[in-house]
Write a protein that binds this ligand. Structure first.
Ligand SMILES: Nc1nc2c(ncn2[C@@H]2O[C@H](COP(=O)(O)OP(=O)(O)O)[C@@H](O)[C@H]2O)c(=O)[nH]1
Ligand SMILES: [Mg+2]
Length: 335
C-alpha cells in the first residue's frame, strides 16, 4: 500500500472519505486538507479539540531521542513555571522567547534574562525572537547549529506561542521549499507532528502544543481572543492609585486596591483592550467573578494567565476578580 500522505499545513493524514473528519480533502493530490485551505485563504476556522494526552505521547516519543528541543514561549504570556516541559523531556532544551515585537521598546532584555536565570532552569541557551518581524532569526539558526545533536530538532511549547510561524520563517529564510505551515490566532491549529526538511543537516519537527487550561484564551470568544493577542508593541498604562480605587480590563478582569500607601500600577496587556480606572468603592462591575486576594511585597507583578500582567511598585493588599478557571499569581517584577 502507498504511504498515507499528510497535510503539509497541520500534519494530519489526508483522507477523502469523511467530510466531517480532520484531514478531509476532495482530491488526495492536494497538498493541504480542506480545513488548512480554509484557514489560509478565508481566515475561517474550525475548532478541533485535541487532548493534552495525545500531546504527552508526542513528548514521550521526543524524550526517547537525545535530540535538541526548542521550547517556544510567548514573552507576553510567559508560563508561571518554565520547567513544565522538563517533566517530560530530558533532552537538551533551547529556550525561545517569541513575540518580542510586542514588548515595549523601553524594556531591557537583560532584566528578563536575569529573571529567567534566577530560576535555574538549565537551558542550553536562551534567545529573544520575533517570528513576525524575523527578529534574531539568524541568531536562533546559529544556536540550533551549535547545539543540535543530530539532524532532527523538535519544536514544543504551549499552543499559540508561534511555533509554526517561527518554522515558516525558517523555511523561507533557510530552505528552498515552499511548504507553508498553517497558523492562526486560535489554539490547536497544528494537529500532528510534522517534519520539515530545512537542509541536509537540519529537519525541524513541528508539534501541536500543550493546551494551557489555566489561560484566559480558553474562556473567551474568538473575537476577544484576537484582541487579547494584539498586533502592536504594547503601550503600558500606568495608574497612581489610592486604596478604594481600582482598574478594570474590558469585562475580563477587575483589580481593586484595598490597603496600602499611594501606589503605582502599570498594566501590560494588548493595546486592543480597554483599560479603565474605577472607583472601587462605588462600582460593582465584575464583582460577580471569582475573587483572589494578594498581599503584595515591594516590586511584584500580578500575572493573569494568557492575558498579561500588572506591575506594582509598592506593597499593599489587592483583590483580583477574574474567571474562576483562569490562574493569577504574583512574581518579582519581570521588567
Ligand atoms: N505579534 C506576534 N505574533 C506572532 C508571532 N509569532 C506568531 N504570532 C501569532 O500568534 C498566533 C499563533 O501562531 P502559530 O504559529 O499558529 O502558533 P503555534 O500554535 O505555536 O504553532 C498567530 O496569530 C500568529 O500570527 C510574533 O513573533 N509576534
Ligand atoms: Mg502550530
Amino acid at each position: 500500500m502507498p504511504k498515507k500522505r499528510i497535510c503539509l499545513g497541520c500534519g494530519i493524514p489526508l483522507q477523502n472519505t469523511n467530510v466531517l473528519q480532520e484531514g478531509y480533502t476532495a482530491n488526495l493530490d492536494n497538498p493541504y486538507c480542506e480545513r488548512c485551505f480554509r484557514i489560509k485563504n478565508y481566515g475561517e476556522y474550525q475548532v478541533v479539540t485535541k487532548s493534552n494526552e495525545e500531546y504527552v505521547k508526542i513528548l514521550k516519543s521526543i524524550n526517547r531521542t537525545k535530540d535538541l528541543v526548542l521550547l517556544v514561549v510567548d514573552i507576553i504570556r510567559l508560563e508561571k513555571d518554565l520547567s513544565f516541559m522538563k517533566e517530560y523531556l530530558k533532552n537538551p532544551i533551547l529556550l525561545v522567547l517569541n513575540k518580542c515585537d510586542l514588548l515595549p521598546r523601553s524594556v531591557s532584555q537583560e532584566k528578563i534574562l536575569t529573571y529567567l536565570q534566577e530560576q535555574n532552569l538549565d537551558f542550553v541557551d536562551i534567545v529573544f525572537v520575533s517570528a513576525k518581524k524575523k527578529y534574531h532569526l539568524d541568531e536562533l539558526y546559529q544556536m540550533i547549529k551549535k547545539h543540535q545533536t543530530s539532524n532532527k530538532v523538535y519544536v514544543v511549547g504551549n499552543t499559540n506561542v508561534g511555533k509554526s510561524s517561527l518554522i515558516n520563517q525558517m523555511i523561507s529564510s533557510y530552505s528552498k521549499s515552499n511548504q507553508e505551515l498553517t497558523i492562526s490566532p486560535l489554539p490547536a491549529t497544528t494537529l500532528n507532528k510534522l517534519e520539515i526538511v530545512i537542509d541536509e543537516g537540519l529537519t525541524i519537527v513541528d508539534t501541536p502544543g500543550l493546551i494551557d487550561n489555566e489561560s484566559i484564551a480558553n474562556y473567551v470568544d474568538s473575537n476577544t481572543l484576537k484582541r487579547i493577542q494584539g498586533k502592536k508593541e504594547i503601550r503600558p498604562k500606568t495608574f497612581q492609585l489610592k486604596p478604594g480605587q481600582g482598574i478594570i480590563i474590558e469585562n475580563l478582569v477587575r483589580m481593586d486596591y484595598i490597603e496600602g500607601e499611594r501606589n503605582s500600577f502599570t498594566v501590560y496587556v494588548s493595546n486592543d483592550l480597554k483599560v479603565k480606572r474605577i472607583n472601587a468603592l462605588r462600582q460593582e462591575t465584575l464583582k460577580d467573578l471569582y475573587l483572589e486576594n494578594f498581599d503584595l511585597k515591594y516590586y511584584e507583578d500580578i500575572v493573569i494567565s494568557g492575558l498579561g500582567w500588572i506591575k506594582v511598585v509598592g506593597r499593599g493588599k489587592v483583590a483580583v476578580y477574574l474567571p474562576k478557571e483562569v490562574s493569577t499569581y504574583t512574581r518579582k517584577n519581570l521588567i
